[in-house]
Design a binder for this molecule. Structure first.
Ligand code: PLP
Length: 379
């Protein structure tokens, strides 16, 4: 028995998604490209699953391209975005608090001669839309801005970015990493005004190893993988039907209960924040509002890795930063320019529809025990 508070890192696969994957792998397990009826039935299933994901995203089926993960979608969007606009300029804008799935491809482009502007957040993790507007130039070919930050839960001004790009007549394509926003905050790619948008299965109770990239209808981009021409010729490779079935099922069911799930997470987040502030002296909530599933806090003066280990020994799992940055200080918390004792003690508590009241009780008592029993660091 354990209490899991790291749903921004990954979620448990829901039983209906497991069932859908089992059926895809044991009943209609044909190759969707095969011309005989058994292949045709698998192809028809892929079509249905694509429609399910499109329904959950609020876009057209033909705008959904399955990928292997959120990282692939981010890499593809950035690469294809700059290639498409190659002749128009070599300037990219992103934010200093993006996931490394966006920052690393941007750094690689910098090495290849592109210029990248990294927008900085304020102390509350907010990105000022005016800062983006001021950074846009006639040679800006790509803007990549996440919807929800994975460590802070802050919501970024993606819609405002789209409006600025349009208003200034800038050639930039707009990519949004919506991995943490999908089914956590209401949006559709059209409403946001984005050209490209990436999501991932394992953050929404589907398995790891599946994601999708939204590509606005009419936008021509270069393929991610060349080969047999699957995914409308843009991402070859035999469709991962088991993963896709599970992803589509989790997306469809998650969309049906999104409002209830959001209310559940928001209420647990609020309760956790107020009980922690009351019962754990010195604990500070870093961001009071934002997405319903992420609560960043700091135990000022404590070392977050020590707290994470202490809690882990007591069956309470949370993260000292993004799970993708193991061992390295988080660039996101660092970008907030917190005083060192606050930075050192930063923790991310994240919820899902699976989180229960008992989980919250266990977290509050484990964190208050940590505060009493551990020594604050002197550094
Ligand atoms: N983008 C954000 C904001 C994320 O939180 C993550 C995962 O933590 C990713 C991208 C990468 O997604 P995946 O793990 O599916 O590659």
């Amino acid at each position: 028995m354990f209490h899991y508070f790291d749903h921004a890192a990954t979620t448990k696969v829901r039983p209906e998604a497991v069932q859908a994957a089992v059926e895809a792998m044991t009943l209609e397990w044909g190759n969707p490209s095969s011309v005989y009826a058994f292949g045709g039935r698998a192809a028809a299933k892929v079509k249905e699953w694509r429609a399910d994901v499109a329904g959950a995203l609020g876009c057209l089926s033909e705008e959904v391209y399955f990928t292997s993960c959120g990282t692939e979608g981010d890499n593809w969007a950035i690469q294809a975005g700059v290639e498409r606009n190659r002749r128009k300029g070599k300037h990219i804008i992103t934010t200093a608090i993006e996931h490394s799935a966006v920052l690393e491809p941007c750094r690689e482009l910098e090495r290849q001669g592109w210029e990248v502007t990294y927008l900085l957040p304020d102390r509350q993790g907010r990105i000022d839309p005016a800062q983006l507007e001021a950074a846009l130039r006639p040679d800006t070919v790509l803007v990549s801005m996440m919807l929800v930050n994975n460590e802070l839960g802050t919501i970024l001004p993606v819609k405002e970015a789209a409006q600025s790009i349009k208003r200034l007549g800038c050639p930039a394509l707009l990519h949004c990493d919506a991995v943490q926003g999908f089914l956590k905050v209401p949006f559709s790619p059209k409403e946001l005004g984005v050209d490209l948008l990436s999501v991932s299965g394992h953050k929404i109770h589907a398995p790891k190893g599946i994601g999708a990239l939204y590509v606005r209808k009419g936008l021509k981009i270069s393929p991610m993988i060349r080969g047999g021409g699957q995914e409308f010729g843009l991402r070859s490779g035999t469709e991962a039907t088991g993963q896709i079935a599970a992803f589509a099922t989790a997306a469809r069911l998650g969309a049906e209960t999104m409002e209830q799930d959001r209310a559940h997470m928001a209420s647990l987040r609020k309760e956790t924040a107020s009980r922690l502030k009351e019962q754990v002296p010195g604990l500070k909530v870093l961001i009071e509002d934002g997405a319903p599933h992420i609560l960043p806090v700091t135990m000022t003066g404590y070392k977050s890795e020590v707290v994470v280990r202490y809690l882990s020994d007591r069956g309470v799992y949370l993260s000292s930063g993004s799970a993708c940055h193991k061992g390295k200080p988080s660039h996101v918390f660092a970008a907030l320019k917190l005083p060192k004792p606050e930075l050192d003690g930063a923790l991310r508590i994240s919820f899902s529809s699976d989180t229960t009241q008992e989980d919250v009780d266990a977290l509050v008592s484990a964190l208050s025990a940590a505060q009493r029993e551990l020594f604050p660091s002197m550094s």
